[in-house]
Design a protein. Structure first.
Lengths: 261, 349, 349, 261
């Protein structure tokens, strides 16, 4: 009996813990026009060309980052599971590093290594800086991407599936594209989704590398306006929920999903 | 040279000598079991045949062709795993057709072969299902169909039944054996279950510690074990201490009672030897005239269903004997004095 | 009233009626098995006795005391789980002493009792080890010692052996039974393995679909099954179609051959009945004079080790019979014409 | 063969990806004195009273956050595993929210809810703001803490262990302290460690709530000095490594660790 009460209390507490700030933000974002609720703040935000520019920049960066992350993470995680199980703690440690190295350190390192007088002067051009930023983002999202893909791979028996496919005559590429990838698609998507959320909200790297991303824009708005940032936050939140919904949909439509999840 | 020939295979994992000098020639269409406890090297040997492990020494040839250098996907071998290993993202039909698709067969040929294979394993109407919608036994049948679909030269099965329930295990092993016989496909079957090996195989390889302890037909393995290990691993064994009274005629003494084994023994008079007897060769009461008899006290009676297992105390020794359950008569009770008998030929020393 | 009394227990999970009206009185010191396929309600019933599930209706009393309202930690019950459930952070000795420590016993008493219990399960020198250092069989013994240490009134075992290897399973079931007998502790044992239930129990409850199909001694359950379900679930069964020729004398026709069952049948003349026969009651050849005989063709011979299983075709019917392996003579071959015989009393209809 | 090369390439790439920026930072931090390597930058940082004040503030905040996190997460995760398995996807979703709601939103919400004119004017006092910040940190670290504890609990069979202890007469508190907690200690520690790293590096919340934390200090130094931030980054990195080492030690000394890990 007492257990039940406690657990429900915990649940309610958890919901309030996250729900209240969100509700507060939502309510505030509607109060731009004095005395009545209105969508004025949203209209102001959406009509701001700065918003459109920075937001689409960040979305594009996010997509590239996801592609890079998938290319790096999926084969690595696959081989670690297949052949180098002993390396797993080591690889896991590496993938956790971005959580404990502040982004500022990574950026300093990049600027140091790739400045205009270095052997690879990436910071010299906008495109080069974009690439650098993409690598930074990929680093930031690595823990999530790796964790997601690794969990997905663990759910299937990578080694036996690979051997089964090999004994049926499949080569490496076939195994990867027809057997492994389809079975970790949901995992990859959820990693991609987290990457997306991180890139959209990231501030430090974009600011230090001086790129027109959504994070710094959010920060500037937050410092200078009252209602618009609240509206922006709600919009950002809505986008991430939409992504989650999409993943749910994909999972539903995958007929073999009961195993793959 | 045999169809599938393994000669002098050796394999190390680090300093661990897992397979030590393993050789066997397997004829076309034969069903061979590798039987042994875990860690005996049976799975490693199978995986060397499949190409998943490379032998440190020795040769493997199929139909006269040396395959040691070939990759698994070049060996034309069908493999069935303990964990089924069906591709979860494909339907049953896609799973079965996978090997044919890889081989670049035209669509209608694949469809035809898939139908044929699914009919063979009794899953005609299951082509459109996904693996997670099947029971374990059905999944393993699909795995078998998938392995057989590209008409491999050799079929390898790695403890395919050990993840299944007892009843399904029994029915599926009969089914596998029948399919293998019908197709005449050369097969290696790895198992730690003696009953599986005995009931399915043309020949059994009993493995122990990286070595083939005995290779032979099931009846031979069970009744003429080449070593104490084989005798104990395959089936149950009664071990009785006996004192040799006359080694030339084979007279021994067990708990004050005499036995005539009817053959000369290697041990000297007065020495203690241990007699080995299968529980099922010992009978309750005195039946045939030539049989040896011993008298003892019933110590334990286990009713196992079709078989009743009775433990009889003979001085410091115990004999366990099996007798079939008879609907009409109850088994003896604990403490009864009873006579047990066995033919002297069935005693192993 | 019995020592442990379950009366009219019912349990729903949602709309799923898992246990429907289950009653049994268990005497002090009895060893009772709940036997049945998965989903038959046996584990749910056990968990209601343990207090992990609350019955929707019915009463449970131990030694005259109603326990339905008591929490699991107030019931003084010992429980052994399939997954061992040893506390991984405690040594073997701490595990065994956990219940006594909870009960607030003094340290030296706990130590003494732990030593005694570990000796009982044959793990005297293992007190300082951690569970992960033990084999599965050893872990389950520790779990048994832990459950018994606080001297519970009732011992509950939930498929304790099903995670273990076949050989250990057999030796551990004997050990459990011996310990139970020595301590005289009232025990409920849940299993889906008929051999376990038959060999260990004083009485067996065969459960099916939330109902006790039959309660009785092992010999009775096996040889006088109360229903077709019990007969088929416990042991193997041959089912043969026969045409009744004379229902008053029990004459029937099977594949053109006549059988005299020696008792009147309920079916009318000309009707088709199905005869049920245990494989082990059928013998090869004609042995006793009163036996019924049939002639057929050998269709399949499976050498299972101690037992050879022969499938005989009789027209459209099949009879499977078991015979013990004899060291000297090989079993018949496929295609041989043979005679099989069985006592007419062993035929169930 | 080609597989091996690829997987080693992936590995080397991974190490360079993280190793290079770190090495660059380390090398740069030693170059404060012109022409020679020296520890001048470190000396400057360690002697800065601001550094000491902000760092110890953040450490204390981190410790409180960890305690709060453990109290919230462990019982919740335990009950979800034990009784409310159906709620698990829902709870997991909630614990992932902080990853997708930018911290800025959370802080805005807090300020909105607990400002000086609200029913609970936490932002009115330094202590109140500290508490608010602690809750914010706990929110940020929730995904890591929950994930770690949940993984730890999954590794043991929570339900059967609980039932076994119950059948031996144990009550709820005994089960929690003697059976569950000791078996997920390493998991809790690794969650605590990540929490620590996050709190030490966090910038947005501390800055917006105007508390003297290490994150804003790092930011200020980064904007105004050249070598000191590099030294700070190396120090932060060293601390996190030390924490990791400590956890390894605990794991070693735990005799039953093979199961608990």
């Amino acid at each position: 009996m007492s257990k039940k009460i406690w657990s429900w209390l915990a649940l309610v507490f958890g919901i309030l813990y996250f729900g209240l700030p969100l509700l507060g933000t939502l309510e505030f974002s509607l109060k731009m026009r004095r005395g009545v609720y209105s969508l004025d703040a949203y209209a102001a935000v959406l009509n701001d060309p700065q918003f459109r520019a920075t937001f689409s920049y960040s979305v594009i960066m996010a997509l590239f980052t996801i592609v890079l992350g998938v290319i790096i993470v999926v084969p690595t995680a696959y081989w670690v599971q297949l052949k180098y199980r002993r390396l797993r703690p080591f690889i896991e440690f590496i993938t956790l590093l971005p959580l404990v190295i502040p982004p500022i350190v990574v950026v300093f390192g990049y600027i140091r290594l790739y400045n205009t007088s270095s052997w690879l002067p990436l910071t010299g051009s906008a495109m080069g800086t974009n690439i650098l930023l993409m690598f930074g983002y990929a680093t930031l999202s690595l823990p999530y991407m790796y964790r997601a893909v690794d969990t997905g791979l663990r759910a299937i028996d990578v080694r036996t599936l690979t051997e089964a496919a090999e004994s049926l005559g499949a080569n490496w590429l076939t195994i990867m594209t027809r057997v492994i990838m389809p079975n970790v698609l949901v995992a990859i998507l959820s990693g991609a989704f987290l990457t997306f959320a991180i890139v959209i909200g990231e501030f430090v790297m974009a600011a230090l590398l001086n790129r027109p991303a959504f994070g710094p824009y959010l920060q500037i708005m937050g410092a200078n306006r009252a209602y618009e940032p609240a509206a922006l936050a709600v919009i950002a939140f809505a986008i991430t929920w939409a992504c989650m919904g999409l993943i749910q949909l994909v999972t539903r439509f995958q007929k073999f999903s009961r195993v793959a999840r | 040279m045999a169809f599938l020939d393994l000669s002098n295979l050796q394999k190390f994992y680090g300093t661990n000598h897992v397979v030590k000098d393993f050789s066997i020639g397997i004829e076309k269409g034969e069903f061979i079991s590798f039987l042994g406890p875990s860690g005996c090297g049976k799975t490693t040997t199978l995986r060397m045949v499949a190409g998943f492990e490379v032998p440190d020494q020795g040769a493997i040839s199929i139909d006269g062709q040396d395959v040691v250098r070939l990759k698994p996907n070049q060996r034309n071998i069908g493999m069935v795993f303990q964990a089924y290993a069906l591709f979860p993202n494909m339907t049953v039909a896609q799973n079965v057709g996978f090997g044919l698709k890889i081989a670049g067969k035209p669509k209608d040929q694949i469809a035809e072969r898939v139908t044929e294979m699914l009919a063979l394993v009794g899953l005609k109407d299951f082509g459109a299902r996904y693996p997670f919608q099947l029971s374990g036994g059905q999944q393993q049948r699909v795995a078998l169909a998938r392995a057989l679909a590209p008409s491999p030269q050799v079929l390898l099965l790695d403890e395919p039944l050990s993840a299944l329930d007892a009843k399904i295990r029994v029915s599926l092993r009969e089914e596998i054996r029948n399919i293998q016989r019908d197709l005449g496909i050369t097969t290696i079957y790895v198992t730690h279950d003696q009953e599986e090996a005995l009931s399915m195989s043309d020949r059994i390889v009993v493995m122990h510690d990286g070595i083939a302890e005995q290779i032979g037909e099931p009846f031979e393995i069970y009744n003429k074990p080449a070593s104490r290990f084989v005798a104990e691993f395959v089936g149950t064994l009664n071990l009785i201490d006996a004192t040799v009274e006359d080694s030339s005629t084979g007279r021994v003494k067990v708990a004050g009672q005499h036995l005539e084994l009817g053959r000369s023994l290697e041990a000297v008079n007065g020495a203690t030897v241990s007699l080995a007897l299968r529980p099922e060769t010992v009978r309750l009461g005195r039946i045939a005239d030539g049989d040896q008899t011993l008298t003892g006290l019933v110590e334990e009676v286990s009713f196992l269903g079709s078989v009743v297992r009775i433990k009889v105390a003979l001085g410091g020794n115990h004999i366990v004997l099996d007798t079939f359950n008879r609907t009409i008569s109850k088994p003896p009770s604990i403490g009864d004095q009873i006579e047990v008998s066995f033919p002297s030929e069935s005693v192993m020393i």
